[in-house]
Design a protein around this ligand. Structure first.
Ligand code: FES
Ligand SMILES: [Fe+2]
Length: 455
C-alpha cells in the first residue's frame, strides 16, 4: 500500500552508497545506438508494443478536435469525442486504406477525401458517398457496423495521451504500476505548457536523449553553473518496474554550515536557474522576517534552515494559488524529482511545475536521428490556463532556435555523443555508479528488445 503522501517512498529512496550494484550491468553495448538490425528489433519488440505518449490531452480540448500521432511509417488519429473521451484510430480508411487525416484539425466527423466515406468521432462508419449505392453497401462490402475505423488502445493519464499500438496490450495502469500513484499528487493533468513547447529533430538516437537526463554526472562538465544549486551527495534513487526516479536535492551541499543570511542568499539566487522559485520568494522573505530581531539580525532556532523555510514558503504560495499540495511531501516542495517513465518520457517535477522531455525515433527509422519534444508545464488556476497555454511549435529539419542555457548545453552534447557512439570500433559504454539509472534503463530495454522478449 502506498503511504498517504506517496512521495515518502522516494524520500526514503536509496543513496548511491546504499545501492547493491551486483544486479546492475554497468557495461552497455553501443550497437543499440546505431545498428539498423537493433533498430528493427526495437521497432517490433518495443515501439509496436509499449505504452507511449502521443500528446497532451489539452492538445485536443474540444469535441471534434483531432491530431495525428506518427511512429516511423505508422499513423493514428487521436480525437476528442462528443462524450469528452479521447479515442485513437488507425489512420487508414476502411474502404481502400487511404490516410484520411494529416496533422491536426477540428471536424464534426471524418470524411475520407478519396471517395468520401465518412466516420463519426467514435469511429463508426456513417455513410458512403453516392447514396444511390448505399442501399447496396451490404451486398458489396458487408455490414456497415463492421467497417468502422480500426481502434487503437488509447488512455489518458497525468494530462498525457498514451497510445499502445499493440491491440492486446494490458491496461496503462498495469504498465505504470506504482508510478501512477507517485505522479498523481502533482496534478500534472491540471498543468499547461508555459513558455516552452517545442519539437525538434536531433542528430542522435532517441535513447541518447533519455540517457542524458537520467544522470547528474555530467553536471560538472556540461552545466557547471548548476553545481552550487544541487547537492549530489544526497541524490536518492528508486526503481519501479521498468521506470525509475531520482531526486535532485535543491540547495548547496553544506547549506547547514552556512549562517542564516548566507542560506537565505543562496535561495534568493535560485531563480537564476529555476525561474519559478521567483513566485515563492515574497513568502520566503516574510518567513525570514519572523526570525529577525529588532536590529534586523537573522537567527534560526533549532530545526529551522533556509531549505525548510523554502519548503514552507512553497507550500503556502502554491496553496494560495489554489493548488492542493496536501499529498506532496515537504521534500517535493523544494527538490526536483527526475521521473523516467519507460521508454521515452522524462520529467523533472517539483510541486507546481514540471519540465518534460520526450524523445521518439525518427520516422525514417534511421537510428542516428530522433525527435525530442521539450515542454515546460506549470500549474495555474483554471481561469488562467487557456490564455497562458503555449501551443506546440515544430522546428523544421535543419533549423534550430536556442533553448535556455542548460538545455542548449544538452542539445549540443547529445549530438556530439552520437558522433562517437556510431563508431564501429567502440562496442560498449562503461557506466559509473552515478549512472546507475542508465544501467537499469538499458536492462529494461534489453528485456523488451530480446528477439523473443520476456514480455
Ligand atoms: S479510400 Fe477512403 S473512401 Fe475510398
Ligand atoms: Fe544535462
Amino acid at each position: 500500500m502506498q503511504p498517504d503522501r506517496p512521495g515518502e517512498l522516494i524520500d526514503r529512496g536509496a543513496l548511491i552508497r546504499e545501492i547493491d550494484f551486483a544486479p546492475f550491468h554497468m557495461r552497455v553495448s553501443t550497437d543499440r545506438y546505431h545498428s539498423p538490425e537493433f533498430a528493427r528489433r526495437e521497432r517490433e519488440q518495443l515501439w509496436m508494443r509499449v505504452w507511449q505518449v502521443a500528446g497532451r490531452a489539452d492538445d485536443i480540448p474540444e469535441a471534434g478536435d483531432w491530431m495525428e500521432y506518427r511512429l516511423f511509417d505508422q499513423s493514428w488519429v487521436l480525437v476528442r469525442g462528443k462524450d469528452g473521451a479521447v479515442r485513437g484510430f488507425v489512420n487508414a480508411c476502411r474502404h481502400r486504406g487511404n490516410a484520411f487525416c494529416t496533422g491536426k484539425g477540428h471536424s464534426p466527423r471524418f470524411t475520407c477525401p478519396y471517395h468520401n466515406w465518412s466516420y463519426g468521432l467514435d469511429g463508426a462508419l456513417l455513410a458512403v458517398a453516392r447514396p444511390d449505392f448505399e442501399g447496396s453497401l451490404e451486398d458489396f462490402v458487408g455490414e456497415k457496423a463492421e467497417l468502422g475505423l480500426i481502434t487503437a488502445k488509447v488512455e489518458c493519464f497525468a494530462g498525457f495521451i498514451f497510445i499502445n499500438p499493440d491491440p492486446s496490450a494490458a491496461p496503462l495502469a498495469d504498465f505504470l504500476g506504482e508510478v501512477a500513484g507517485l505522479l498523481a499528487p502533482y496534478k500534472l493533468e491540471e498543468m499547461i505548457p508555459i513558455g516552452l513547447n517545442r519539437r525538434e529533430p536531433l542528430e542522435c538516437n532517441w535513447k541518447v536523449v533519455m540517457d542524458a537526463f537520467q544522470e547528474g554526472y555530467h553536471i560538472q562538465a556540461v552545466h557547471p553553473e548548476l553545481i552550487s544549486a544541487m547537492d549530489e551527495s544526497q541524490e536518492r534513487y528508486a526503481f519501479f518496474g521498468d521506470h525509475s526516479v531520482a531526486t535532485g536535492p535543491f540547495g548547496a551541499a553544506n547549506l547547514e554550515d552556512f549562517g542564516p543570511e548566507q542560506q537565505a542568499d543562496s535561495i534568493r539566487g535560485l531563480p537564476a536557474t529555476f525561474p519559478s522559485v521567483t513566485e515563492v520568494l515574497p513568502r520566503f522573505e516574510e518567513m525570514l522576517n519572523e526570525h529577525r530581531s529588532a536590529d534586523g539580525t537573522l537567527t534560526f532556532p533549532e530545526g529551522v534552515t533556509g531549505r525548510i523555510l523554502l519548503q514552507q514558503a512553497t507550500r503556502d504560495t502554491l496553496t494560495g494559488k489554489g493548488l492542493d499540495v496536501s499529498k506532496l511531501t515537504d521534500i517535493q516542495m523544494s527538490d526536483n524529482h527526475f521521473h523516467l517513465v519507460f521508454p521515452n518520457l522524462f520529467m523533472t517535477i517539483r510541486a507546481g511545475e514540471a519540465t518534460v522531455i520526450i524523445s521518439t525515433p525518427h520516422e525514417s527509422g534511421d537510428p542516428g536521428r530522433c525527435y525530442w519534444q521539450v515542454m515546460g508545464l506549470m500549474w495555474l488556476p483554471p481561469e488562467q490556463r487557456a490564455a497562458a497555454r503555449e501551443p506546440l511549435h515544430e522546428v523544421k529539419e535543419g533549423e534550430h532556435e536556442p533553448y535556455f542555457l542548460a538545455l542548449e548545453q544538452d542539445y549540443d552534447q547529445m549530438q556530439a555523443q552520437q558522433r562517437g557512439l556510431r563508431n564501429s570500433g567502440l562496442t560498449e559504454m562503461a557506466l559509473t555508479r552515478q549512472e546507475v539509472r542508465l544501467a537499469y534503463y538499458h536492462s529494461a530495454l534489453d528485456s523488451w528488445v530480446a528477439e523473443r522478449g520476456k514480455r
